[in-house]
Design a protein around this ligand. Structure first.
Ligand SMILES: CSC[C@H]1O[C@H](OP(=O)(O)O)[C@H](O)[C@@H]1O
Length: 355
């Protein structure tokens, strides 16, 4: 969306397009420093996704779509009418940036379908328009998700959320935090308990920042504190986002989500997954097929600038896990709500695809 660039990003400003330049809020620095990175080529966009300058499944897809537009401009400048062959290397770089969030591949595939319809003339204007549409559609979808999810919450309650599935993780408004925003506006949220979400601390740095920005009561907690809070009976829902939902309703999300779902089941607490349908991947039958990103162990061995573990300590750093569909009470999308998700219900939601 052509807009003037604010001096500092707000939660709705994960990505902004202005006069042929992509501005990304640098989420590595928030909340201490609120700054935009200025990007003018697809390679820089791919690097920014990999480095988590921009993160969050829908935001990654939005950024990649703008990256494809920048790739089209450069391919046409380099090859003229032969731009369709020239763009391929940048498309591959974008697709290789992170493996789990299917929104990245959904966005690239949608841009590819446009590319196939274009001729040898300069593709940049058409690609920009498609990226802007993807961005606007995601922002609008999250408003619908927010209202549908809020309607499931029957009475005022406390909520646990994990990681950051907020406005800054999407095209705006947020998915899990979109539900929380809509539910709070309806008087249904007492307090939100945000897991800090080691090792990248999306909860401490981004969810707390977003909810405090909106004046929504939030208490930060250690990831390990969720269990005893649930035992205290004040929490009615766990509400999270997702990076990829398999055809059977299994949900890939930030590491630690699976444990929360087991704890919620044990305590009789409802478990909601909020995500646009661009997060549903009917190409994977179950969560077993979802690629789980392993990031640099150093993200775990240190916290900020301080080394935590002894020199030579080894670590494993899977940054997603899979929650089986049977632990999910509701998947909330812009097309509707799937209660107790199954393969059949997911297919029905997606218009019967593959029947
Ligand atoms: C609205 S999707 C947000 C989703 O993405 C996060 O992962 P990451 O911060 O590594 O991109 C996390 O899984 C969130 O639920």
């Amino acid at each position: 969306m052509e807009t003037t660039i604010p001096t500092v990003p707000t939660p709705d400003d994960a990505a902004l397009w202005h006069e042929g330049v992509l501005y990304l809020a640098d989420q590595r620095l928030l909340p201490d420093r609120a700054e935009f990175l200025r990007l003018t080529d697809a390679g820089a966009v791919a690097d920014s996704i990999r480095a988590m300058v921009v993160r969050g499944a829908p935001a990654i897809g939005v950024a990649a779509a703008y990256g494809v537009a920048l790739a089209g401009r450069d391919a046409y400048a380099a090859a003229g009418g032969g731009w369709k062959a020239a763009i391929e290397s940048d498309l591959a770089r974008l697709a290789a940036s992170r493996p789990t969030a299917v929104n990245l591949f959904w966005a690239i595939d949608r841009m590819r379908r446009l590319i196939a319809r274009l001729d040898e003339r300069d593709p940049f204007p058409a690609l920009v328009d498609e990226a802007l549409a993807i961005h606007a559609e995601d922002r609008a979808a999250n408003r619908v998700i927010g209202d549908l999810g809020a309607a499931l919450i029957e009475a005022r309650t406390d909520i646990i959320t994990h990681c950051n599935a907020g406005a800054i993780a999407t095209g705006g408004y947020g998915t899990a935090l979109g539900v929380i925003r809509s539910a709070y506006a309806a008087g249904k949220v007492g307090r939100v308990f945000a897991d800090e979400t080691r090792p990248w601390m999306q909860g401490a740095r981004l969810t707390a920042w977003e909810l405090m920005h909106d004046g929504i009561p939030v208490t930060l907690q250690a990831d390990g504190a969720a269990a005893s809070l649930m035992a205290g009976r004040s929490v009615g829902w766990v509400i999270v986002g997702s990076d990829r939902i398999a055809a059977n309703g299994d949900v890939a999300n930030k590491i630690g989500t699976y444990g929360l779902a087991i704890l919620a089941k044990h305590h009789g607490i409802k478990f909601m997954v909020a995500a646009p349908t661009s997060t549903i991947d009917l190409e994977v039958a179950s969560g077993r097929e979802i690629p789980i990103e392993e990031r640099d162990p150093d993200e775990l061995l240190s916290c900020g600038e301080r080394r935590l573990a002894p020199a030579g300590c080894v670590a494993r750093n899977p940054v997603f896990d899979v929650t089986p569909a049977e632990l999910v009470d509701a998947i909330v999308t812009e097309r509707g709500v799937v209660l107790r998700p199954t393969k059949e219900k997911i297919r029905a939601l997606m218009g019967g695809w593959g029947l």
